[in-house]
Every structure is written in structure tokens, then in C-alpha cells.
Design a protein around this ligand. Sequence first.
Ligand SMILES: [Zn+2]
Length: 588
Amino acid sequence: MAEAGSFADKVKQQADIVRVVGEYVRLKKTGKDFSGLCPFHQEKTPSFTVSPIKQIFYCFGCGKGGDVYNFVMDMEKCEFPEAVKVVAEKCGIAIPRQKERSPEERKENQQRSVLVEMHREAQTFFVKQLEGTLEGKAARAYLEDRGLDKDAISRFGIGYAPSGGDALLSRLKPKYNDKLLVDSGLVSRDQSAGRLFDRFRRRITFPISNESGKIVAFGARALGDDMPKYLNSPETPIYSKSNVLYHMDRAKDALRRQDFAILVEGYMDAIAVARAGISNVVASCGTSLAEPQIKLLGRFTRRVIVNYDPDTAGQAATERSLSLLLERDFEVRVLALPPVGDKKADPDLFIRERGKDEYLKLLKEAPPYVDYLIARARQMDLTTGEGKQRALNFLLPYIQKIPNGIMRSEWATRIAQQLRIDEPLLRSALSKAAKERRSEITTRPELVGRAAKPVERRLIRMLAEAQGFRQELAKHLQNSRLYHGLETEKIFAALVIASLSGQPVQATEVGAVLEERDRRLLFEILFEEANEPTWEEAMSCIEALQHRQAEQELADVQRSIEANPSAPEMRGLLEKKQELMRRLAAAR
Ligand SMILES: [Zn+2]
């Protein structure tokens, strides 16, 4: 991937994988290598290994492995160019300015940065309106009433869009043409008269930032009874609702540190939770999570506590989000807040009324999603057979998403007990559902273990590392076709091709062309304790392989003889047998 002489290659030469990985994983020196707890799978004893000499990493537990870029790509869930940037930044290497590929692209980039600049200006404007105008004063009173003091207002950049209808417009108009103004989503166009006016009027504004902290949209709440109560920016070239999670830019560190996220519905909820000192909160800013949002979240944690509003829409949104999260293999818990007085409580109201300690306590006790779903199912009428069937139909799609069979079975028992459903009936429904789904499941690759014989492992290691005679050895192996038919054939083939090129072998690049099982085996071999290889050792490995090959052939010939073939064929087989036996005897 990192072509020789490219910027990526230069960065890789200078970067130290131990230092880069060390920013994410606590590493301990063990012999020549470093080891730690794998960041890609749950484990208690370290099987994650980093080699400073080879500049690669490998996890003996889950099989992830590669170079510094593979690590960053997996860790940050980003593409190669982004990983190069990340590593360069970590190592203090200046990144050359990227050349834009086409005039259109340049134009789009320009437009995007103008739109971001407009949002910055709008933000300054809204904040000033809240601070220094009469109308703003009323808005401040409302915010105060909601428990948002000066600190919170400035921390979350809360502002105010005045009622006039062209206050922001007149600010922006001298600098930007009409098309840009409309494209920004900050300004709307009257359909009939074609007149421009402010999109947000008489509303409290909440800046919505993208992942890197740039304001790309606004959410706005009506101050009076104007409808809709909440109005957001439309989709624009810099903002897509399904790509952004509110508060993500500030939650990143906490998400990584705490390794779980609290998912709430709106920005008021996220602000309330964050103000309670719980920074790992994000809001979907819509009724349900979208696929790209889940992907974004998954880059930081795979554990989520869903805390949506307890109303019907919130419940439906919870259940939709659950489905999506479970499909993506997230560990999900659900926090359904109890009512405050006679009011159904969203996180904002709950924390205001009952305090953050109470919220934290409930957060800690939030049940796994299955418990939540059982509780929901129990609200259905379970006195009739039909009702039970409905409850079962409600639960099954979720239960069948549990990847672990034992867990699934435990839950089946629990559901049967709690809903008083005949257990065999439930199990048969479950296994029917499981069969339908089996085709989609990719099984986890099993540990490779000692699949290859020591001789093969040794030769593979030499092909990868013996700078002195690698090419020579590759030629030898290719001519004799010695590795054909071996379990490790594909690894040999890939290494032989790489070695014949005369370039240094990059284990990660060889690994990239291999199937998962072979790739893992290659990495395991590379991390084995081994002595400096010598040409003599290589030759004796080759002899061993030749010997093994002859033995195999002999066994084949013997089988053919026992099948009692025609006389001429038998003659040929016997001759072949003699020759093989001579060869084997000579080798002893
Ligand atoms: Zn692992």
C-alpha cells in the first residue's frame, strides 16, 4: 500500500509502531517484542504483540495484524490516506498540501469551506443576539428556567435567532451570493415571491458540529409556541443528518476512555447529561439512528446505553435503534427512566428534577436490552394464546440477533419463564428463526494453531526475512515445485513471488493477498522465536520437504498397486516404487 518513495512510505520509515500503538494500548516489553491487551477483542491476558524490529503487530487471540497503518485504520476505523495523516501527525511529520484532482473537486472544496465560514459567522451572530439584545434577554430567561446558566450557554455555544426575518440575512448578504446563502441552509427562499429570509426566527440556536468540531448546522428550538418546536438545518453540502452525532466532537476522548456511549435523542438531553459530568454522551438528533451514525460511533466504542424518551415515538426509536446496533454487534443496554411525578422523563427533565447522582445510579443499573424487551413484551396481553404469540413475534427478531448460542439459549429459558410460554415451543420458533439467519453469519476464524509442519514454518520465515539468500531460496523452491500441495502452498506462492522481485518483503502486503486463515498463520510464524537463518539450514529444510514429497508419492503408488491395475500399468508402478525407495534410502 505504501508505495516505495511515496509520502506514506516515508512516514512509515520514520514512524515507530511501538510509539504509535503505545498511544492506544499499554505495552510491556517482553523479550524482543512488546505485548499488551488487544484493543480489538476482549481479553484478560495479553495476546497482542508488537515487533519493533519488523514494525508489525499481531494478535494471537483474534488474528488482527499488520503494519502501523493497518493498526491505525482498524483503530480509527478510517481509510488508508487518513491513516497516513494520523501517523504523520503523531510523529510530527509535515503533511504536504494535497493537490485537488479536478476543477469540480476544487470548486466543491471551496464551496464547502465557504459554507463552514458562513456557519462560523452565523454562530458569532447568534451568540451576540442572545447576549446583547432585548429579545435575547427573553431567551436567556427561558434558558435559565430550563436550568441552563451562563456557563452552560457559553460551553455549548447556545445562541438566539431574532424574530425579524432578515437579521442574519442582512449580515451575510454583502459577502455571499444568493445561491450560496440558500445552499447554506441558513437562509430560505420564499417559493412564490422568490424573496430570501432567515430560516431560523425567534428560536434558541444550538450549533451542531461535525466530528472534527467544525459547526456545520444548527438545531433551533422555538421560543414561543411556534411550530415546529424543533427545527434543524436542512441537508447541505456540509451537513447530512445521518452522518453527524451531536456532541461527538467533544465526546471522543471519553468514549475511548470509558468504552461506552450514552445515546440520547436531542441536543437538550445531550447537554443535560454532559453537564452532569458524563462526557461520553451523543445525540442522534432525530428519531432513530442511521447506519452512518452507527459506523461513526463504532469507531470509538461498541458498547451503548440507549436512553431515549419514554414516549411512544421514543420507544419505537429505541427498538429500531436496537435492531441496527445488534446487527452491527454492539453490546446494548437500555435505560428507561421512571416518570418524575406524573411526567414521563427525558434525560434533561430527569437530571433537573432528580439530580445527576440518581441518573448515574440508574445508568449503572441499566439492564441489557433483552430485559428491556421482555419488560416491553409483558405489557402486552399475555392471557390469550394470540397475545402470547404477538409477544413472541415481537421478541424473536431481537433474540435471534444474539450471536452467542449459549446466551441465546439462556434468554430463551428466561423469556419462557417470564412470559409463561411453553419452552419447547419457544425453542422451536427460535431455531427456525436461527436457520433463516445462519446464511448471513460469518463464523469467526478458528485459531490456526500448529497447522504447518516446522520445516514449512522455517522456510516461510526465511523467505520473509533472510535478506542474504531469500531470492536464491525462492528460485530453488519455484523450480522444484516443492511447496505444491502443502497446506501452506498459498503462503509460499505469495512469498516466492514477493522474494523473486528482489524488493524487501513487506509482511503486511503479502498478508493482504492471502485468505484470512493463511494470513494469520503467516503472522504467527513471523512472531515465533527463531535463530538467524543460514543457507545450510535452508537446504536441510528443502531436503526434508523432498523426503516428505517422496514418501507421499510412494504411498500413492502403493495405493495404485493395491488397486490391482492392468499388467503394463502395474509394471510402470513397480518401477516407480523401486525408484522412490532408492531415493528415500539414499537420503537416510
Ligand atoms: Zn485481538
